[in-house]
Design a protein around this ligand. Structure first.
Ligand code: NAD
Length: 307
């Protein structure tokens, strides 16, 4: 049976990152011809065997134009970003140039008939007025990363309303899993438990909507392959407190002690998605939370053993 993207030429930006590298085999399995671009500034360290990367910096409009001329995609999956909120706060000019300027270049030079997928973030919701957060909830987020994502969404809307483009915007909640490094909550807790024998938390009451990366990849493919436009949440629909996450990791690793540092967490204290719109596309969470944590621990053990 032909895959959902059979015969399509798909350009992926941010292809060397966490989501991009996990997405690649799935795109190939769906029959797509894939062109992968990244400037490798925040690339996944263990990406050997991953996609062959075209070295393109999306801040450079000429490079983006040349990439389109060479690849002629009919679907653009725009994932490239300065994706870490702390990095965005430290270097807002960089975050703006990549997340806003780069998005504008990709929208501006895209072949007019190409479908465009923009990866935004649930951070745009900010402090919730109600839960779960549906796509109509006001955008109240104010930190630098969120500002760049809000402007990116508005650029997309401009190309829909004024230039007849087919654009879908995904607001991703918290994806975790094999391949995610850095100071994101799940890899940080697991690495600490494995290397230091303890888990330090900022605020155990913070609630996140955590879903395993394969579920997010499935959502991206369904959204890309459909002809639906507008905004779609990607999330499990279930809130997990950071304290519950820490207990899960601790139990799986032999009751590692948990230390509450009593510091305020970054970002909204509460994020839970209403994923009804995504479910209408046949999406469901195939890899559950506990299974996802097991897979992430196994991956992290491998990374640490190879280091
Ligand atoms: N992982 C999550 O939970 C999550 C949640 C919400 C939104 N998102 C969004 O999803 C997308 C992918 O996230 P990720 O977790 O894979 O992040 P990531 O940092 O692993 O990947 C981003 C990729 O973009 C590339 N990049 C950065 N600047 C670039 C530039 N100037 N030109 C070309 N490439 C550049 C980096 O090298 C990196 O490989 C991002 O847009 C992010 O904001 C992710």
């Amino acid at each position: 049976m032909a895959g959902a993207l059979a015969g399509r030429t798909v350009l992926v930006t941010g292809a060397a990152g966490f989501l991009g590298t996990t997405l690649h085999p799935r795109l190939l399995a769906e029959g797509a011809r894939v062109v992968s671009a990244d400037n490798l500034s925040f690339a996944r360290p263990d990406r050997a065997g991953g996609p062959e990367i075209r070295p393109v910096d999306i801040r450079d409009p000429k490079a983006v134009e040349a990439l389109y001329a060479e690849s002629r995609p009919d679907l653009v999956l725009h994932l490239a970003a300065v994706a870490n909120p702390r990095t965005c706060k430290k270097d807002f000019p960089l975050a703006f140039d990549v997340n806003v300027g780069g998005t504008q270049h990709l929208l501006r030079y895209a072949p007019p008939g190409a479908r465009f997928f923009f990866m935004s973030s649930a951070a745009v919701y900010g402090e919730p007025l109600y839960l779960p957060l549906d796509e109509g909830h006001p955008r109240r987020g104010k930190d630098p990363y969120t500002v760049t994502k809000i402007i990116g969404e508005d650029l997309c809307q401009n190309y829909v309303e004024n230039y007849q483009r087919s654009v879908v915007v995904a607001r991703n909640f918290n994806t975790f899993g094999a391949g995610q490094t850095g100071d994101y909550i799940v890899p940080q807790l697991i690495r600490q438990a494995l290397t230091e024998g303890k888990i330090e938390l900022w605020d155990p009451r913070t609630v996140r909507d955590l879903t395993y990366v394969d579920n997010t990849v499935d959502a991206i493919v369904r959204l890309a392959a459909s002809d639906r436009t507008g905004i779609f949440n990607i999330g499990s629909g279930r809130g997990v407190t950071v304290g519950e996450l820490a207990q899960t990791v601790s139990r799986k690793l032999g009751d590692v002690p948990i230390v509450d540092l009593k510091k305020p967490a970054l970002g909204s204290p509460l994020l839970i998605s209403n994923n009804q719109r995504l479910k209408e596309l046949g999406w469901s969470e195939r890899v559950g939370f506990a299974e996802g944590v097991d897979r992430t621990i196994a991956w992290m053990r491998g990374i640490l053993a190879a280091a």
